[in-house]
Design a protein around this ligand. Sequence first.
Ligand code: ZN
Length: 59
Amino acid sequence: MLDELTCTCERCDQSLEDDRLMLSMRTDGGTRRAYECRCGAVTITVVGDEGVDDRSTIR
Ligand SMILES: [Zn+2]
């Protein structure tokens, strides 16, 4: 399993918790999430559909 809910800041490597989440947006390629770190940097992560557990994916 990937730790899809945990990401780190691109600049200072702090872990970004859910309370740093600024924006979440669904796209065809998955869900994009923008986190704003305490240092002020914004890190974008993309969670692929395979990692989304609100529906099962069958290939
Ligand atoms: Zn940071």
